[in-house]
Design a protein around this ligand. Structure first.
Ligand SMILES: NC(=O)C1=CN([C@@H]2O[C@H](COP(=O)(O)OP(=O)(O)OC[C@H]3O[C@@H](n4cnc5c(N)ncnc54)[C@H](O)[C@@H]3O)[C@@H](O)[C@H]2O)[C@@H](O)CC1
Ligand SMILES: [K+]
Length: 502
């Protein structure tokens, strides 16, 4: 599913009006009807409603919804915030239609018109939508604060009032919704962690915008959905042998951090790697041999850390490096040699990223199309702090282009930024995965896929999606609280089966 800016959504609206064709007010009718259907499905129709409308088309949606609720005998009061203009054509059309119903309409000009909010009312926020062009101020901001302070449940239409579609609203006054009912596609605002408190749960409602529009635009970002994954995933061929699925080299672990190597290696095996060799320091020998009989080992001469690049790197189809590596000076030199000798894309995570952050000149040694998987703190160490989430996402895109690498910025909706400029936000995963070790599992998954003839871009998309899906399955089994990173690996089989069936 595409992620579009306010301008693109407006253009899509126009395209639909012209090409379906449909009158603009009828499209608004569809938007309101889809909100009504959602309210009905969620069992809200036995409640009473206070609907707060601006005078743009977002307000028009609110007025149309008020009429529809009233026709179903739901108690509704409408409050229209006076902006000193007559409102858009569709707003006016819907106000005229609303006057044919018994719905009480109150006009709000100042705080003296802020009625106490009835305790049990559901508040519908239709003050401002995607047309917001400046932070809320004056009466608008005061009204939003009044509604937020009521403690009532607020359902926002299209986007919580005060939130911008494509830039940060940090520090501004914004409606605090528990649900946001938006139309057709995701907006960037819904994917930024900083907006979680405002948007609540997001529901994308289909209002039948004309599909022809999408072939005309070069979408910059997409939600990573089952359709994209279905097109990437390749089931195993009947005559396949282990040589078809790569020989992965996983460079991981150090004294006290061998668990990271085991987690990554197990995930690599469970993701179907044909062969796996783990490069580890001496202290990990018994640990790895016992934990994973399927894995082969190449031992570093040092007992505790990585110091020497294994011989014959070219025989491996892929290298994954980082989990539990440590950041000893000799390991820094080791990583430099490893990158210098690597001729294929490498998966780089954890301490390998931290080493790159403290020795940024090493970034230029990354083979093209390598996959970097920083979490926000590692990303900040690598590329500096960002004032807000939008800037961080933009920076990730920019760095992916500059380095010619794929950057997976881990988070609730992990971002996968491709060197060509396109980016994806993952749709699977849950907060139960926010635990030390989850990243090691991702490294193992990505390394396995990259070794199996998936292109780096395909491996990154499929791997991040699988990792999140396994996390969702693990949460179903164990709860988000109790699930462990190793449970992700245990649920990879089921995750593959789900992808295969789609
Ligand atoms: N696909 C679509 O695009 C559809 C859009 N619809 C609705 O139309 C909305 C967009 O309508 P509009 O473009 O009229 O935008 P809005 O309804 O968001 O209102 C924009 C108006 O508010 C003013 N404004 C902007 N920031 C302000 C601020 N901080 N304080 C006070 N006034 C401010 C603008 O100057 C403009 O006059 C969407 O959010 C959605 O609810 C639906 O009706 C139908 C489908
Ligand atoms: K709104």
């Amino acid at each position: 599913m595409e992620i579009l800016s306010a301008e693109q959504i407006r253009a899509w609206d126009e395209y639909t009006i012209q090409h379906e064709p449909i009158a603009s007010i009828d499209l608004m009718e569809r938007a309101a009807a889809s909100c009504l259907a959602w309210l009905e499905k969620q069992g809200y129709l036995d409640r009473s409603f206070s609907i707060y409308c601006g005078k743009g088309n977002n307000g028009g949606d609110g007025l149309a919804l008020a009429r529809m609720l009233s026709l179903l005998d739901c108690p509704v009061t409408v409050h229209i915030l006076e902006f000193g203009n007559i409102g858009t054509e569709d707003f006016q059309g819907n106000l005229a239609r609303l006057h044919q119903t018994p719905v009480e309409v109150r006009f709000v000009q100042g705080p003296e018109h802020f009625h106490p909010v009835p305790q049990d009312d559901i508040l519908i926020d239709a003050l401002l939508g995607s047309g917001l062009n400046r932070p809320l101020e004056g009466v608008t901001a005061q009204l939003v604060e009044h509604l937020n302070a009521s403690g009532n449940e607020i359902i926002a239409i299209d986007i919580p009032s005060g939130l911008f579609v494509s830039r940060s609203a940090k520090g501004n006054t914004v409606i605090r919704a528990s649900h946001t009912l938006s139309f057709q596609v995701y907006k960037p605002a819904f994917l930024m962690p900083e907006n979680e408190v405002w948007v609540g749960e997001v529901h994308i409602l289909d209002i039948g915008l004309h599909p022809g529009f999408l072939s005309q635009i070069a979408g910059e970002a997409e939600i990573l959905d089952p359709d994209i994954i279905g097109a990437i995933f390749r089931p195993r061929q009947a005559f396949a042998h282990k040589g078809n699925f790569g020989h992965a080299l996983l460079v991981a672990g150090s004294y006290g951090k061998m668990g990271a190597a085991v987690l990554a290696a197990r995930a690599c095996l469970r993701t179907g790697s044909g062969l796996l060799t783990c490069a580890i320091p001496g202290c990990g020998y018994a640990i790895l041999q016992t934990a994973l009989p399927e894995a082969m080992l190449v031992m570093d001469p040092d007992e505790k850390i990585h110091t020497a690049v294994p011989d014959g790197l070219d025989k491996y189809s892929v290298i994954g490096v980082g989990p539990g590596l440590g950041q000893d000076q000799r390991t820094v030199a080791f990583l430099r040699s490893l990158l210098q000798q690597s001729r294929k894309p490498v998966v780089v995570d954890a301490d390998a990223l931290n080493i790159l952050a403290s020795h940024p000149h090493l970034l230029s040694l990354l083979p093209p199309y390598s996959i970097l998987t920083p979490h926000p703190k590692e990303f900040e160490r690598l590329f500096g702090p960002s004032p807000d989430d939008y800037v961080r996402v933009e920076k990730a895109r920019e760095q992916a282009r500059k380095l010619g690498c794929i950057i997976v910025l881990k988070g609730h909706y992990s971002l996968i930024a491709m060197p060509g400029g396109k980016s994806y936000f993952n749709s699977t995963g849950n907060p139960g995965m926010a635990k030390g070790g989850s990243g090691d599992v991702l490294t193992g998954i990505l390394t396995a896929l990259l070794g199996q003839s998936y292109s780096p871009g395909e491996a990154a998309l499929l791997g991040v999606y699988l990792h999140g899906l396994a996390g969702d399955l693990a949460a179903d089994t164990h709860s988000q609280e109790s699930m462990l990173p190793s449970d992700l690996t245990d649920h990879l089989g089921k995750a593959f089966q789900i992808i295969q069936k789609r």
